[in-house]
Design a protein around this ligand. Sequence first.
Ligand SMILES: C[S@@+](CC[C@H](N)C(=O)[O-])C[C@H]1O[C@@H](n2cnc3c(N)ncnc32)[C@H](O)[C@@H]1O
Length: 477
Amino acid sequence: MSKSTDSVAISGEGGLDALEASAEKLNESIDSQVRKQEKILSVLDSSFNVFEDSSAADLVHSSPNSGERFQRWFRYREGFSPELIDRAVRQLDIETVSILDPFSGAGSTLVAAHQAGIPSIGFEVNPIVSIVARAKTHNYSTADIESIRRVLRQVQMAAPGQPMAKRPALGILDKVFRTDVLNALLTIRQIIDEVPAGNVNDFLMTGWLSTLEGVSNVFKEGNGIKYRNRKRTSNGYTTIPWEQVPGFEIEGWGLVKSRLASQFHAMLEDVEPDVQLASPVVHEVSSVTGIDGVKDQSISLAIFSPPYCNNFNYMKIFKVELWMSGLVETYADVRAIGERALRSHVEMPIVVPEARTLPSELYALVEQIDPTKLWNSKIPKTIFAYFLDMRELLAGVYRTLSDGGECHIVIGNSAYGGVVIPTDVLLAKIAVELGFGVDRVAVARHLTTSSQQRRAMEPLVGYLRESIVVLKKERNA
Ligand SMILES: C[S@@+](CC[C@H](N)C(=O)[O-])C[C@H]1O[C@@H](n2cnc3c(N)ncnc32)[C@H](O)[C@@H]1O
């Protein structure tokens, strides 16, 4: 018998009335909290040109499985479609002489700029996806392609007993890779490591990195990684033997070589050798501070999707790639890379000033979050830190844009403890304070929440959306 039924039975009819009365009160207070929120959200929305734009729904995400040119070089769920950039360039009033993506990830913006022959600048703190972005945007010569094919022949001939790259110190390594798979991967990485830094090395590393997840015992899901050989049964979790994990029936060397062969085959199909186009410059530092190095008024279009204010830790999901590549050797290295990122999750060190310098609506909304409903008490501070970082970044973007230049931000809203954080219009409001004009907030699609959250927030779910915020630096601003 549950506790609440117990108390009803003991207190009899009068108790039931009291319980109903208090449930009603609770509903009233939830209703009034929801109404308060709705008011703030609708007033914010009414300050801008917010509208539904279903034609943008397919532009705000990438389709890694679509086999699309370059997108298939590396599976990066957080990317967006290059068509988004092409469309923005076509619609821009001024000539697009340079493009900036301060969160360039695996390079959707940079690839589109490269293909259009437009110089571009990227910032990305995750070294794994920076390699991928560079590889996708190099100009490969016929000699580069010959070198790549030569190394790939060595890869196919690699055998047990050859020198291997140093074994990573990642604690869970033996759970992530079967021993024969791990040995094959480290032997092949040793072959790639001997290729000097540059086009050929970036291309080979990208193909190798792209293959890791598929030959491992883990896969990325949500905000973390999950084991393939762990299955839930009625008695809890159980580990199934490697041979029974789909795709792992063959021995490790054969598995790794066949996956690498098909990956590199696809990548080589996408390369057009001896074409000379402006290649992007990718800075592996935080854009929040790194943007200071970009010249005033030198950018025509800034287009990007920053981390959302949703506690997603981009470094955590890449831990296997970071360790296996040799780019991190200690847990302190992992932390140091993670701390360069925008403060969008609670695993970051967060200190925020007392002064209330962000839009008042944000403080009003955060005050409505019931702290007992939060899974981590740092969430409110993290939300403020996120907007402070984004304001600093947007101030930099404003300075670097030329007159008539535009800034397009693909962004999703989020919810904490039943309270919506409308990041799209809050960023628009901050942008206005920095001098931008807001052209539009085009709602591309609506997000889903857990069914429990959904019930609690029913009247507010429409605000859980992914939008493209288009800002303009007016001429002669
Ligand atoms: C939504 S993803 C962008 C994906 C990208 N548009 C693409 O198509 O691949 C956000 C990216 O921002 C990066 N990031 C987070 N904080 C950063 C910072 N302070 N400076 C530069 N990049 C950062 C993350 O590592 C992540 O790759």
